[in-house]
Design a protein around this ligand. Structure first.
Ligand SMILES: C[S@@+](CC[C@H](N)C(=O)[O-])C[C@H]1O[C@@H](n2cnc3c(N)ncnc32)[C@H](O)[C@@H]1O
Length: 236
């Protein structure tokens, strides 16, 4: 993916990745960062006409947070208030947000520089909300961070990569967008599971597409299955 910063307005966009600045969408770039009143967004013209922003205050996330305790993710992680969870593959942070809404302290790890910037911006815009105190971000590769943790988190959660053609990925624009951004990212998720198993105090939870094989073909202790996805739980 080739990225540029689209300067359609007078807001200055910080440029930690040293991307080129352009004034309009052209064939020369696949995706554009854009800073406007909503925050920092990404525009991928091949996927969507509008830019996408990490928005922890969206209606969808607020609704999910209200009923968070019913979510399979929360049940799989067995979230207790003040539990420490590392979401080692944070993406746009939606799953982390739901875990934080149940009272967990969540450390989000995200190594993709563009995804990490969007996530950081979303987190900054959450400032003032009690939930921001439950979420922190390290823009790092989990392979490095998990092996350098000073104390073991209760739970490590992995949602490494979408399976191609899951029904959900077809429907949801934001998932398609994340898929497009990650299309050229390394497919090295197998190394995360052994590291997570060695680094968690209680359990490792892995999100999989409903019919996908378990990660590394390692049999989980048990699974919680939904319509499109399931959570493989490894008790340690
Ligand atoms: C499927 S997405 C996660 C979606 C996320 N659960 C959510 O709710 O938005 C997977 C993310 O994990 C990240 N990732 C994959 N391997 C990683 C690693 N070793 N360290 C840190 N991040 C990683 C990818 O860059 C991608 O953003």
């Amino acid at each position: 993916m080739k990225y540029a910063i689209l300067t359609t307005n007078f807001i200055t966009t910080a440029n930690p990745l040293n991307l080129p600045y352009v004034k309009e969408v052209t064939q020369a770039y696949d995706a554009y960062l854009i800073q406007d009143a909503q925050g920092l967004g990404v525009l991928v013209p091949a996927v969507a006409k509008k830019a996408y922003y990490v928005d922890f205050e969206s209606m969808e996330l607020r609704r999910r947070a209200l009923h968070a305790k019913r979510e399979l993710l929360v049940r799989a992680c067995m979230v207790k208030p003040a539990a420490v969870i590392v979401d080692a593959t944070a993406g746009f942070g939606r799953d982390s947000f739901i875990l934080a809404a149940c009272g967990a302290q969540v450390l989000m790890l995200e190594r993709h520089p563009i995804v990490a910037l969007l996530l950081e911006d979303g987190l900054n815009r959450l400032s003032g909300s009690g939930l921001q105190q439950h979420l922190s971000l390290a823009k790092e590769d989990a392979a490095y961070t998990l092996s350098a943790l000073s104390s073991k988190p209760d739970v490590i959660y992995l949602d490494p990569m979408f399976e191609a053609n899951t029904r959900q990925a077809k429907v949801k624009k934001d998932l398609q967008l994340l898929q497009a951004i990650l299309a050229d990212a390394p497919q090295d998720q197998s190394m995360l599971l052994p590291l997570a198993l060695a680094s968690a105090k209680q359990r490792v939870v892995v999100k999989r597409a409903i019919h996908a094989a378990s990660l590394n073909n390692l049999e989980p202790s048990y699974c919680l299955s939904g319509k499109d996805s399931r959570f493989d739980v490894y008790q340690v």
